[in-house]
Design a protein around this ligand. Sequence first.
Ligand code: ADP
Length: 489
Amino acid sequence: MRILQLSAEIFPLLKTGGLADVTGALPSALHAAGCEVRVLLPGFPAVMAGVESAETVGQFLAPWGETLQVRFGALADVPGGEGPLKAYVLDVPGLFDRPGNPYEDAQRRPYADNARRFAALGWAAAHLGHGLDRHWSPDLVHGHDWHAGLACACLRLWPDAGARRVPSVYTVHNLAYQGLFGPQHLEEIGLPQVAFQMEGLEFHGQISFMKAGLFYADRITTVSPTYAQEIQTTEQGCGLDGLLRARSESLSGILNAVDDAVWNPATDRHLARNFDVRRPGGKVECKSRLQREMGLDDAADAPLFAMVSRLAEQKGVHLVLAAVNSIVQSGGQLLVLGSGDAELERAFSLAAIQHPGGVAVHIGYDEALAHRIFAGSDVTLIPSRFEPCGLTQMYGLKYGSLPLVRGVGGLADTVVDADLATLEDQSATGVVFHDFTDEAFQYALRRSVALYRHPRAWAKVRRSGMRQSFSWIHAAQQYVSVYQQLIGH
Ligand code: ADP
């Protein structure tokens, strides 16, 4: 099966969140499951720098009359199964050669031409589906998140009625980010007027790239079974729950996994000392080093709570801010690595000033520090309002940092709450709370501290967590079965 994976980000070249971890790990797992995978990426500077010996394979005319180049090469730093991952890049400097965040300018405003940028990406996928590269064409296009949504519409509404129809799979990583644009962009995105209606990509008078994916893809997946259910409800459907309910037969949840080559405490080169479930001793040194590095008191017996996250309302960040005093008063420490909302950044920085030695905050994005934090902390906090899958609870589990999570989305699918029954049968892997309130979160914190004060029980829960396996091979097999339903191999 020849699969073209389409996304805006890919680890390790370009990452703003979990999407990149997934698109960077899935191709080699799909390869192991018998697929031939190539990816298509926008020619952002980090992508252009990471692609080797890129040759032009073709060009096509954008709806606004510009000729756009597609190149083909290999991504030396991304495993493709057999050697580096083969990649097409949409090499249009006018659209993609901008420093910083791929979607926003330095003032965090979405670029005014995002409709054009990601329409170009959608058309590039559709052209590759229809023979732009004389030597290779996909059996199926698999797009990720709203950036890829238009590809599903372009493939379905491909102007040549006699052409072979190339099916698409569309994966929702976060329904809240929808790619909405004013109707004046319709001509520019190059789709016929018929697409701009309720039975199409129109959403309350706007063009929705997310809806284009949901409406026109042959199959929809999302990144956990629970989120697949939640997005069909009014509360979590972001206005698209009706469409998702109507398409429920074509929708399924496939849980994300963890790339063992990147996230494994036994081999992780970012750590001062490696450790694993049978030899967890190295974690003590990782904690002590982390405390010193971050200016926290070097206290081995203080439960160290950590958060590695985008600082956004979705992540329940205000619950953590409201709990700072009680964490410190209970003898615990708080360490936050994150960036995002400017007010939240300021509030955390202030908390660190108010609690020297007890609270440490690093505003910014730092991949290596994230690894050291999972290794050195005792608890990973993820009190999200909603969470499509969440990767950090899985990293916490693997690195012996017990996840304290709200029981929503993928968090509900991956963490088992510690209570007397789950402690006894050794299924407990963390702490789960439900109400999105300060009281419920702080009670969960108290339960974590209490568990921490019982070292034998704590060690058992940690062991069960570290033994969890989140294998990409397993996830890839589920994607392959979705592909097979569409192309009948
Ligand atoms: P989301 O995709 O909603 O941001 P996920 O939990 O799915 O959340 O994925 C987040 C990814 O981004 C994880 O790999 C996490 O370690 C990483 N991450 C988030 N914030 C930072 C940061 N400030 N520095 C380093 N890594 C971060």
